[in-house]
Each structure stands twice: as C-alpha cells, then as structure tokens.
Design a protein around this ligand. Structure first.
Ligand code: ADP
Ligand code: MG
Length: 632
C-alpha cells in the first residue's frame, strides 16, 4: 500500500511556483503587481540577461513592517483578503498570497522594505526557500525586491528558458500590460543597465498609449464608450487603416487588470469584419469596469483568464459599441502628409491627364461593364437603382441620358435616389457634348473617371479619389449580405437547368453544402456521377454565369476545408461573388454610371473599405491641397 504523507512547505511552494512562475516575465508581473497594490506612485524595474540573472523591482509604496517581512514570504500569507467572502470583492491585483513564497523557493531573493512610520528599513534573504534575517538596513520608504538566479534549483525549468532576448521580450510585455493600465504611476524598465521604457505619470490614457506605442498609433485611435447598469466599457480602437499581422496589439483590461478573453476577442474581430484584409488583426485597448461580484477572477493561477457572469451580454456590448462607432465615424483613408512618406504605398500620384467626362461619354457604346443601362442607368446595385420617375436626366439620341452630373440627393431612406437640378434640354445630342462641357461649370461637379479605374469627386472635406472596383464591390457586398441575411435574395430559376461536370470531391463538397449554397441563392442537385445540376442562382449574378458562380463557391468551400464557421464561409463567398460581379479596374464608365456609383456610396454602411478591407477611397483634404498649393 502506498503511504500517504503531508508534503513539506518547500515542495508545496515549488509546485505553486511551477504554476505561477513560468519564466522571468512572471516574476516581473508578480512583483510589479505587488508594487501597484502597495499604492506606489513610482515603480522601477531593472533586469539583467532577460531576467535570468536578475530582476529588481523597487517602489515607493506602503512598505512592509519589519516583523511582517518573513510572513510576506510565507505561502498563503496575504494582506489583501481575510476570508472567503473577500474573494468576491477583490480589487487588488494579488490576493492568493503565494507569489513571493513561490519565487523565494526557486531563486536567491532579497527583499528590503521600509514604511513611512519607520526610520530604518529591514531586509530578508531567501536562498531557495531558506530564510535569513530580517536585519536592519538603510533604505528609502517603499519596497525593493531582488531576484537572482531564477530556477537555479529547478534545472528542468531552467532548460526551457529561451535566449535572453526572447525572455526580455516577455518581460517587456508583462511590464507594459501593467504600465498601460496605470497611467498615473511612473514606471521605468531597464535591461542590462540600458533604459527600455521611461513612462512618467500622465493624466489621460491616450498619453500613456502614445508614450508606449508612438504617435502614429495615437493618431489612429478612436474613442469608444458604452455603459449599462453593470458594466462600463471604454477605451480606444484603431482606425482599420492601422492594423497588425497578429493579435498582440489587442489589450483588454478588467478593473485595470490585463486579461485575455477569447469571446471578447472574437467580438472585436467581428466588429472589424469587412474592414480589414484577410489575415490582418485589429488594434484595440479596451477597459471593462464592473463590480467584482459579477466576475470570478479566481479561475487561473496568474489570473489571466476570468469568468464573467454574463459573458453573452458583454460580447454584444463590445460588438455593438464598436459597430455603432464605426458607422458614425469617417474611416476614409486620409492623405494628409504626402511628402512625409512618399513611398508608403498609400499615397496616390497626382491625377493628371485622365480621361475627361467627354471621353467617358464617347465610350458609352464600348463599355465593357457588367452594367445594363437602358434609358436610365440601371447599374446593377443588387436591386437598388435610382428611381426612374425621379431621374430627371434628359435623353440623348442613344436613348441614354447624356450626362449624370446633376446634383444628387437621397430621397427617403430606402435607397431611392433622385437627380435634380438637371436642366439639360431634352433635345440635346451627343454632338453637343463639347458645348455642354463649356457650361459644365453651371452644374455641380459630381465626378469623373481617371485611368479607367478611379473616380474623382469632391466632398465637404476635400477631393476624393475612389477605386471604382472596390466601391462597386462594397456596394454589391452589402446588398448581397442584407438580402441573404433577411432571406430575400432573388433567385433566378433556370428554364433549362445547367449541368456542370466536376471532380468527385468537388461534387461531394457541393452536395455536402447544398443547404449553405441554397442560402446563397445557388440551387443545386445531383445529376449523377460527376455532374451537378444548377436549377437557380442569384439574379444579381445574372451576368456572371451560373456555372462560374458555382465553381467559385465550391472552390471557396474546398479551400476552407471545414475550418470556418458557416457565417464566415457565407461571408467569404459573398465577398467573392461581389468581387466577380463588380466593375473592374480598366472598365470605362459612362457619366451616369459614375454618378450612380457615387450616389450609392452614400448609402453604404461602410463606403470606406471594400469587403477585403482595402480602402475604397482616399481623401485629399482641402487643407492639404491649400497647403500644397501654398495658399496657406
Ligand atoms: P499577494 O499579492 O497575493 O497578497 P504576494 O506573495 O505577492 O501575495 O505578497 C504577499 C504580501 O506581501 C502581500 O499581501 C503584501 O502585503 C506584501 N507585499 C508584497 N510586495 C509588496 C510591496 N511591494 N509593497 C508592500 N507590500 C508588499
Ligand atoms: Mg502578489
């Protein structure tokens, strides 16, 4: 029979250390948290060799009485909670009382502390858990903890340590997570005697974020705020033009403690859906404030993860707040300082010599657009077309309006558009174009095409250069999505069903996803063997061709290989469909197509990004133009 024995305190501490102290950065986290809990206004962290040789954290906080110093190093000894009920009202960063004991067990530790009431400080030492002291020593008010030779007696753990540089990366991250959340405290970090961060106290959060991450980020931050009876959510998210290749610049704090939460991270991703390119991640700094009794922080040894009582509501709060903010924010990429970073890729070259409006008109007949325009522009905007009766543009001899340069106004909220102020006599012909161009000035400029790919127009803020493909794609995507989500997608039933032969695996994937394809308006059946029959497909894709639509969709399904959620998949296929159906770069557009596109831009929820997240437009602000022409 195996004998049951009580483990020694030393073994218990080593086990706890195994959980809490993974690497030098864990020591930094625990010591800096203690310094913050002690009410310090200044915390200095000094590290050598990535923390493997030394971690020293000094603060000017409350200090510890000499007779309590030894107790502070004992396991399960804490001044932060007294009984189990206190667990539901913890607002300090620590409360488990095991950090110092764990660290002392696996390192050479020296702790020196002095309270305001005492003239002298006291110091204790621990050599792998064997204590010496306390003895008096001269030191300022506050506490200084020095950890040398971490893991010296746990060689297995020591072996897992990476290079000092990598460890320093973790240290820096642990330090910043706390420093960011406490802008009122002066924090410094040094590595091998060199200053890494010096963060003096500031009065607002943005200043601390700027000090840590730089001015460029700060310029892209958007303030968000939302409260319900229980939770206050506030902080900053970055404009979608500022993004990252990983999610490390997403900081979430709960009552000033850095936490990780998959669900809220997902909400963040959802909020940016369609605003970022695939594989790019949003940047966000979010603070949650809620009463401690609605969240359990005691589920993870280093308290990185917590359990919310109402996580669903929180999810919606984060998603809703961000979405609402984005809808009311002008996210158009701004071209403010073209001469600062001329090669950044975001800056368009000056538009010159682009085709004139007359050129556009002359090309009407050769238009390769997937746009059917009859007597009025009937651009395929997914069912929303400018209302015929209200379209006052006169007709030329081709039966088309000669121009679409009237002032457009949005009548009613349902997407109907009317052109007004268009007083061209109805008997004008194409021959009058040049004459008309002379009088063009009497019309409000609506837009023109340049290089067969960009639309140029003005807004209150300045001059906009719009990517025609990206914009049309965005418009179609939003219409598609709205219709698919509301189940109102028009489906064109094929009188003669189309058959399409594919590989056996393509056929299988198609049939497996029959319902999903149906939701997207693609109706298929098995014809037998390697052949599928298409009975119907979205009317909006009429000009693309049923077989192509199905092939693309199945390609996406295969590429995805069951990894994405259904919603993501639908979204991806919608992107693809919109992309295929949209006008291309290089397609000449006639004036009314330009007008119609620009008008629909106004109706877009997010006219600033194509569904892949590329910007659809750039703004040359009036201010910037004035500056460049030396008017100011
Ligand atoms: P916890 O932080 O969970 O209470 P620790 O082991 O980290 O446990 O610290 C034990 C106790 O030591 C704390 O509760 C606190 O009273 C005291 N202490 C630790 N560090 C400091 C510090 N920098 N300043 C003042 N008191 C401290
Ligand atoms: Mg602690």
């Amino acid at each position: 029979m195996p004998e049951i024995r009580q483990l020694s305190a030393s073994v218990i501490n080593k086990i706890a250390a195994g959980e809490v102290i993974e690497r030098p950065s864990s020591v930094v986290k625990e010591l800096v948290e203690n310094a913050v809990d002690a009410g310090s206004s200044r915390v200095d962290v000094s590290v050598e060799k990535g923390g493997l040789d030394l971690v020293r954290v000094s603060d000017n906080g409350s200090g510890i009485e000499q007779e309590q110093l030894v107790l502070a190093l004992a396991s399960h000894a804490t001044s932060k909670i007294h009984d189990a009920d206190d667990l539901f009202s913890v607002l300090t960063m620590g409360f488990r009382g095991e950090a110092l004991a764990s660290i002392a067990e696996i390192s050479h530790l020296t702790m020196t502390s002095r309270t305001v009431e005492n003239d002298a400080a006291a110091t204790v030492e621990s050599n792998g858990g064997r204590l010496q002291g306390p003895r008096p020593i001269g030191a300022p008010v506050g506490t200084s903890v020095e950890i040398r030779n971490l893991f010296f007696n746990t060689p297995v753990r020591r072996k897992f340590m990476r290079t000092p540089q990598t460890e320093m990366g973790h240290v820096s991250e642990a330090f910043l997570r706390i420093a960011i959340a406490h802008p009122d405290i002066h924090f410094t970090l040094r590595h091998n005697e060199r200053a890494v961060h010096d963060l003096p106290p500031v009065d607002n959060w943005k200043q601390r974020l700027t000090a840590v991450f730089g001015r460029e980020l700060a310029e892209h931050l958007i303030w968000i705020e939302n409260s319900d009876d229980e939770t206050r959510l506030w902080g900053f998210v970055a404009d979608p033009v500022y993004h990252r290749g990983n999610n490390r610049m997403q900081y979430l704090f709960l009552n000033r403690r850095h936490i990780r939460d998959r669900s809220l991270q997902h909400a963040l991703g959802e909020a940016y859906r369609g605003l970022l390119l695939h594989g790019r991640h949003p940047v966000a700094f979010l603070q949650l404030e809620m009463p401690p009794n609605v969240v359990d922080v005691n589920v993870h040894p280093s308290k990185l993860e917590v359990r919310f009582e109402n996580s669903r509501r929180l999810y919606s709060q984060v998603l809703g707040t961000l979405r609402t903010k984005f809808l009311s924010t002008d996210l158009t990429a701004r071209v403010e300082k073209p001469d600062v970073e001329p090669s950044s890729g975001n800056i368009p070259s000056a538009v010159s010599g682009g085709p004139s409006l007359a050129d556009s008109l002359d090309r009407q007949n050769q238009s390769r657009l997937d746009l059917d325009y009859g007597p009025r522009p009937e651009v395929d905007f997914g069912g929303v077309v400018p209302a015929r009766d209200q379209w006052a543009a006169p007709l030329g001899e081709t039966g088309r309006p000669l121009h679409g340069v009237g002032v457009a106004s949005n009548v009613g909220g349902d997407g109907e558009i009317a052109a007004t102020n268009d007083t061209m006599p109805p008997d004008r012909t194409a021959g009058d174009i040049s004459a008309r161009l002379v009088t063009e000035a009497t019309y409000t400029f609506q837009g023109m095409q340049a290089h067969n790919r960009y639309l140029i127009t003005e807004s209150e803020d300045g001059v906009l250069v719009i990517d025609q493909h990206a914009l049309h794609e965005r418009i179609l995507y939003e219409r598609f999505r709205e219709k698919v989500l509301s189940g109102k997608l028009e489906v064109q039933r094929l009188l003669v069903p189309e058959t399409i032969t594919m590989t056996p695996s393509e056929v299988a994937v198609g049939l497996e996803n029959k319902d999903l394809l149906h939701e997207l308006g693609i109706e298929i059946e098995h014809f037998g063997g390697d052949t599928l029959v298409i009975n119907g497909y979205p009317t909006m894709l009429a000009k693309v061709g049923a077989a192509d639509v199905l092939r693309w969709a199945i390609d996406r399904l295969i590429a995805n290989n069951g990894r994405a959620e259904k919603r993501d998949l639908i979204d991806e296929i919608l992107h693809m469909m919109s992309c295929k159906a949209a006008v291309k770069a290089g397609d000449p557009l006639c004036a009314e197509e330009i007008t119609a596109l620009l008008e629909h831009r106004e109706l877009c929820q997010d006219a600033h990004h194509c569904p892949h997240g590329r910007p659809t437009s750039l703004v040359f602000s009036r201010q910037e133009l004035d500056r460049r022409f030396q008017r100011i």
